[in-house]
Design a protein around this ligand. Structure first.
Ligand SMILES: Nc1ncnc2c1ncn2[C@@H]1O[C@H](COP(=O)(O)OP(=O)(O)OP(=O)(O)O)[C@@H](O)[C@H]1O
Ligand SMILES: [Mg+2]
Length: 338
């Protein structure tokens, strides 16, 4: 080996898509999800779910954990995970499901109609009970797939950062689709500390990552486990790059800085269209009420924005953690957080 790596024992456990053996601090959520899936074990339809919460609150991990646990228990029930950010059309989602159920077939080679793929899926699943997880469901180009799958009797678990993601569903879809809401609250300090502590046991050599630094990382993660993990990963990488045997204060501070910058950039980059315009206004004003924001909106972009539409976008920004609200109803004020 060229470099003597004294700190990181296993970088894999610090990667984005690593699914930990143990899920910490989500007992209640796991139990709710398990009980909604349970009817499948008795050949009954499951209860559809909508999981929502801010980024890094463990939604994806919890659901992948559940799919894994179910598959350990039985092969009669299968959870299929789809990330709608990657597969954002009805066709792409159907194809993904078909590929999971039929891994050896080169489906993409022959272009088929949606109905044909659906038939194939129905045929392939045979007696298996299938539930489909649609992660980042708000990224779907059309809500047709929800209607299609629920009509065919597939259980649905939808996931989003926004609790209002399903509000814009077509009426036809909404009336045919009943679901239960589960909110993933940001982690508290204690949970984050435990998550980081557990992860660091696998990631670092003993003593290479001082315990008090884990606490600092947990504090600075602000309820987001992904941020917490990035902090400890970056700190360890900075230390290793300089050939240190142990993470020190300087590495930690550098990591805190890098992660904070990255988070802001990522959030801002994701903003599009009206949401972006509104965010810029709030940011410029520091603090303002809806009336003021809509006045400036009109002035700047020469078009009216309906109050309900405006509140919808403002709520989206609140959920992203970019702005916060103070006061109630008519006196509600919005201010920019970063
Ligand atoms: N309860 C937990 N126990 C252990 N690790 C966790 C837990 N929750 C989250 N993590 C870790 O934090 C990271 C982010 O979690 P995850 O991707 O599940 O969040 P998310 O809610 O899906 O976020 P997003 O909304 O951005 O998709 C993952 O690397 C995961 O391993
Ligand atoms: Mg996720």
């Amino acid at each position: 080996m060229i470099m003597n790596q004294a700190i990181i024992k296993n970088i894999d456990v610090l990667q984005e898509d690593y699914l930990p053996e143990k899920i910490i601090g989500r007992k209640k959520e796991i139990e709710s999800i398990a009980s909604s899936i349970r009817p499948l074990f008795y050949n009954k339809p499951m209860i559809n779910l909508f999981l929502h919460g801010r980024t890094g609150t463990g939604k994806t991990s919890v659901i992948r954990y559940i799919i894994r646990e179910v598959s350990k228990e039985t092969s009669r029930i299968k959870g299929i995970y789809v990330n709608c950010w990657m597969d954002d059309t009805t066709y792409a989602v159907l194809l993904r499901i078909a590929e999971v159920l039929h891994p050896t077939m080169r489906l993409a080679k022959i272009k088929r109609s949606n109905a044909e793929i659906l038939d194939l899926i129905n045929f392939k699943k045979g007696n298996t009970k299938v539930f489909v997880v649609l992660d980042e469901v708000d990224k779907l180009k059309s809500d047709e797939i929800l209607y299609m799958l629920s009509r065919e009797g597939y259980g649905l678990i939808m996931i989003s950062n926004y609790n209002i993601a399903l509000n814009k569903l077509d009426r036809r879809v909404r009336s045919s689709l009943s679901y239960i809401d589960i909110e993933f609250e940001p982690y508290d300090y204690e949970d984050l500390y435990n998550i980081l502590k557990e992860r660091s046991k696998y990631a670092f050599y003993e003593g290479a990552f001082p315990e008090p630094f884990l606490k600092v990382a947990a504090k600075n993660a602000k309820g987001d486990a992904r941020v917490g993990i990035s902090i400890i990963r970056n700190a360890a990488l900075f230390a290793e790059q300089q050939g240190k045997k142990k993470v020190d204060r300087e590495d930690l501070l550098k990591a805190l800085k890098s992660v904070k910058g990255a988070k802001e950039q990522e959030l801002e980059k994701e903003l599009k269209g009206k949401t972006k315009k509104i965010y810029e206004i709030v940011k410029g004003l520091g603090e303002a009420d809806a009336k003021e924001i809509s006045r400036i909106y009109k002035e700047r972009f020469g078009e009216d924005i309906h109050e309900r539409t405006l509140r919808y976008y403002l709520q989206e920004l609140v959920e992203k953690g970019l702005i916060e609200t103070k006061g109630e109803k008519r006196w509600k004020k919005y201010s920019s957080l970063i």
